[in-house]
Design a protein around this ligand. Structure first.
Ligand code: AMP
Ligand code: ZN
Length: 464
């Protein structure tokens, strides 16, 4: 299997620390607001990655954090805590906010057939682990205390910027207007491991620590949770491209300094979903959520289909026109699957051939668009019997999770109901010798690519 690795900046063979076993970590959501469909693009692609790894034979253990403390409104350790801001706005406690939006996140995931990682851990439940790491970083001289906070000293590392492949001055996060530069830092790029009450008096959640009562910085949670649940050697770490710097860069710095050896071999990053003229951003508030799509009458799986039709390393521009097209194609696909007769015995050689083609697309840096092409190749292939087609699609759907072969559609697809109603109406017209009207319905459906076939058992339809 070949994957693009942000750490080496190229596509390379995927080799695990322990044969046939993958330890995988995913940066989870910051639960101060609903996830937008951009966030969910990342989670769909990571879901496909996990399912692909399982499909090709790995035993995968995957962990994910829930950021319920410490993520400030700016990535440069300035601003206020996003969770606290949201709690004040909604007049709730921080933990209530976290619970509400965590549940909402997993609801959205369920609608998109995104599987929950085996291990899910909120940042607030692992404070001991962060204290353990920070204590050692202080002892070993990688961290220092200043003005009440504990900082990581990036000048202690020769290769701090190895993930970004950029020069230092290009990567330094700018200081926002109206925010004072932190004078306590030894280097501008140093980042906070632990905040104390001296910095933010309004922080609701605080813990006792050897460095003072306070709360963890944002980056330490992912190092802590990953090392605690997945051990010292990680195979693959995922997130959206905005996580490369500073979040993942800082995760590497603190984890490897703490462990004293290389931590994670592969870094998998998903490009952004953008609106036509802007980046979709949770903090800006102009977001499209799964509920927005459902309210507008879309099937969430049409969005999953749209995401899988583009490569995870390419920017995907979201427009409703594009979603319309994808929904049409998705509905047509489902209807074609439903037309497959349940006949014959499994044709094993053909089954294995197509399965291999499908796997090879995914093994080629998770090329989901090509994998979907194999779905259409199977549907088109007249030499395959119904049983073989159905079994292939059932197998492919372990990764694609598009509900290709399921009873669910009879319930959720309004389009089907519409076709059925029109067929009934046409039968009624025919019974009453209103042939012109009956032909009108046939033509109306033909224009939508639906062909009606009159059989002895009644009228059935075929998607052309
Ligand atoms: P957050 O909840 O802000 O911590 O983000 C959750 C995940 O969504 C992270 O992996 C981000 O990198 C990712 N992400 C944020 N914005 C986008 C976007 N517009 N498109 C795709 N992924 C995104
Ligand atoms: Zn993270």
């Amino acid at each position: 299997m070949r994957l693009y690795n942000t750490l080496t900046h190229r596509v390379e063979e995927f080799l695990t620390n322990v044969p046939e076993t993958v330890k995988m970590y995913t940066c989870g959501p910051t639960v101060y607001h609903y996830a937008h469909i951009g966030n969910l693009r990342s989670y769909i692609c990571e879901d496909v990655l996990e399912k692909t790894l399982k499909y090709v034979g790995y035993y995968v253990t995957r962990a994910m954090n829930i950021t319920d403390v410490g993520h400030l409104t700016s990535d440069s350790d300035s601003g206020t805590d996003k969770m606290v801001d949201s709690a004040v706005k909604e007049n709730k406690s921080v933990l209530d906010i976290a619970k509400f939006y965590t549940d909402a996140f997993f609801n959205d995931c369920e609608k998109l057939n995104i599987k929950k990682p085996a291990i899910i851990s909120p940042a607030t439940e692992n404070i001991d682990m962060y204290i353990k790491i920070i204590t050692k970083l202080l002892e070993d001289g990688f961290a220092y205390q200043a003005g009440g906070n504990v900082y990581f000293d990036i000048s202690k590392l020769d290769d701090y910027y190895k993930l970004t492949n950029h020069k230092i001055d290009e990567m330094v996060v700018g200081v926002r207007e109206g925010v004072e530069e932190d004078k306590e830092k030894r280097n501008q790029g140093d980042f906070v491991l632990w905040f104390t009450k001296s910095k933010f008096q309004d922080q609701e959640l605080k813990w006792d620590s050897p460095f003072g009562v306070g709360y963890p910085g944002w980056h330490i949670e992912c190092s802590g949770i990953s090392i605690k649940y997945l051990g010292e050697y990680l195979d693959i770490h995922c997130g959206g491209v905005d996580n490369i710097f500073p979040h993942h860069t800082n995760e590497i710095a603190q984890s490897e300094s703490y462990l004293g050896h290389k931590w994670c071999n592969y870094w998998f990053h998903v490009e952004h979903l953008n609106l036509k003229d802007s980046k979709m951003s949770k903090s800006k508030g102009d977001i499209i959520t799964i509920s927005t799509l459902i309210e507008k009458g879309y099937n969430p799986l049409a969005y999953r289909y749209m995401v899988l039709n583009s490569h995870y390393r390419k920017i995907l521009e979201f427009t409703y026109e594009a979603l319309d097209q994808n929904e049409k194609a998705y509905d047509k696909l489902i209807n074609r699957v439903k037309m497959i007769p349940e006949d014959g015995e499994l044709m094993e050689a053909a089954f294995n051939d197509y399965k291999e083609k499908f796997m090879n697309s995914l093994k080629d840096d998770i090329n989901t668009a090509n994998a979907i092409t194999v779905v259409y190749d199977v549907l088109k292939d007249d030499s395959l019997n119904g049983k073989t087609k159905t079994e292939l699609l059932r197998s492919f759907d372990k990764v694609l999770s598009l509900d290709l072969v399921t009873e669910k559609h009879d319930v959720i697809h309004p389009q089907d109901e519409e076709i059925k109603k029109l067929i009934e109406q046409r039968a009624e017209y025919k019974k009453n010798h209103m042939f012109q009207e009956a032909d009108g319905i046939r033509n109306e459906l033909a224009e939508k690519g639906i062909e009606l076939i009159d059989t002895r058992e009644g009228t059935i339809y075929k998607i052309k």
